[in-house]
Write a protein that binds this ligand. Structure first.
Ligand code: NAD
Length: 437
């Protein structure tokens, strides 16, 4: 779906719209720079700054250089600013953050702060200081202008290759709608995938699922596009456009888990990536909800991922070595939403599923994460009443809804073998929406 589905956002980019917004103080959503195939990681130079005790500056600089990024000299404008704050331990150390103001002022693009993992620090002051960085990053995200995003990577001991992959993602245009988020990077071991790995995406006929199929195909996956039979034509169009295949399946059907597991094992020798994307809403205030609206949302959004995952884990050959699961949660699941008790229960439930499965799956060399989209321009949100829809768009730091591709890029990154250090976590793709922030 195009950005044109945000009429206000398009209007304020016109001459008269700009003038009106400037005079009245209305929001002026910036145009976000999104990833274009063949484009370099950044469209300008980067600076990597080490605060006292920093230990990651050299390797981060090297990774950026190897990815074709020029390291800035002098006072030139920056497309990315990476700050290594992993060594800050005392309240007095936090004064060092003030030195970043001039650099922040000349950065348009990405700001990425590296911190320690607070929970691993035993000294109370050190833990407080490292936790404080989250408030710093979240506030800076709210102050940033021009589509600049600010995120925090908490770097665990031994997070080698996974840190490089995270630095690249968070510095690139692929993370255009990820803003104000903390994420832990652990020491996962990257797997070597087959030449043509296989990904399965449920609910692939439209919206986020269709965009996810595109992104996974772009990174070399054969994509098995799953959706209900009624979505057959749209599903075939998506599958054709990515040279993938289709599987008509109602994910809530009693035989769906066995059918999917058998299909993946027998036809493809297992799946390398499984994206639980199919989802529905049946919004109604709790007192007016009928049993069907309650149970259908729980069945599609939570019951199906639970049952499908169990079957894939139990069925011999349904998963390839090092397979990665990604579940679609929602910021409404994290924050709760009026009229969505059913939906929020299902989406918060997925966070529990991810957290419960991460440990046991890691023992088998597998990983599972969730993305929690904010307001994304899809047929699902197009069906919302106009006022909540407009509020959903403007309540993020980026003052606009995201596009399906924004969520797909995050899923595509989490699915990559070298993102192996990201496990059991929830990554919000919401432009730092105020909901549940
Ligand atoms: P969408 O309604 O545009 O597409 C959902 C797809 O799932 C459809 O193709 C539909 O046919 C399919 N589906 C529904 N029930 C199914 C079933 N029983 N079996 C198989 N397929 C089924 O939705 P979207 O906006 O692209 O959202 C995708 C996911 O992201 C959902 O899980 C949604 O809850 C989540 N999400 C979306 C947003 C947003 O703003 N759009 C925000 C947060 C989370």
């Amino acid at each position: 779906m195009s950005a044109m589905s945000d009429p206000y956002g398009s209007f304020v980019r016109t001459g008269p719209g700009k003038l009106l917004a400037a005079r009245t103080g209305l929001p002026r959503p910036p145009r976000l720079r999104r990833s274009v195939p063949g484009q370099g990681l950044l469209d300008g130079p980067a600076a990597v700054v080490g605060l006292p005790g920093a230990s990651r500056v050299d390797e981060t600089t090297l990774w950026l250089r190897n990815a074709g990024v020029r390291i800035a000299r002098g006072e030139e404008p920056l497309a990315a600013l990476v700050v290594d704050a992993t060594g800050l331990r005392t309240v007095a150390d936090l004064d060092e953050l003030l030195t970043l103001a001039p650099l922040f002022r000349r950065t348009t693009g990405r700001v990425l702060v590296l911190s320690a993992v607070p929970a691993t620090l035993t000294d109370p002051e050190a833990r407080a200081v490292q936790q404080g960085l989250e408030g710093f990053v979240r506030s800076l995200g709210k102050e940033a202008r021009g589509g600049t995003t600010v995120n925090l990577l908490r770097v665990a001991e031994g997070a080698g290759t996974a840190l490089r992959s995270a630095v690249e993602f968070f510095c690139s245009a692929r993370s255009a709608f990820v803003d104000g988020q903390p994420l832990v990077v652990g020491p996962g071991v990257p797997v070597v995938r087959r030449d043509r790995p296989v990904a399965v995406v449920t609910g692939a006929a439209q919206g986020i699922g269709a965009a996810t199929a595109q992104v996974l195909a772009r990174s070399g996956h054969h994509v098995v596009c799953v959706d209900v039979a009624a979505a057959g034509e749209k599903l075939a169009a998506v599958a054709n456009s990515v040279a993938g295949s289709t599987l008509h399946l109602d994910v809530t059907a009693a035989d769906a888990p066995a059918a999917l597991a058998t299909h993946l094992a027998d036809r493809f020798g297992g799946a390398d990536v499984v994206v639980h994307n199919a989802g529905i809403t049946r919004d109604r205030s709790f007192v007016n909800l009928d049993a069907a609206a309650w149970s259908s949302v729980l069945a599609v959004n939570l019951g199906a991922p639970v049952r499908l995952t169990t079957a894939l884990l139990e069925h011999d050959g349904a998963l390839a070595p090092g397979a990665r699961f990604v579940c679609l949660s929602s910021i409404n699941g994290l924050a709760g939403a009026k009229g969505q008790t059913n939906y929020a229960t299902s989406k918060a439930g997925l966070v529990g599923l991810v957290e419960a499965l991460a440990g046991p799956l890691a023992e088998r060399g597998l990983a599972v994460n969730a993305v929690a989209p904010g307001f994304i321009e899809t047929p699902m949100t197009a069906a919302m009443p106009p006022i909540p829809r407009e509020l959903g768009r403007r309540t993020s730091s980026l003052q606009q809804g995201g596009l399906p591709i924004d969520v797909a890029e995050a899923i595509g990154w989490l699915a990559q073998p070298d993102a192996a250090g990201i496990d059991g976590q929830v990554l919000r793709v919401c432009g730092q929406n105020l909901l549940g922030a």
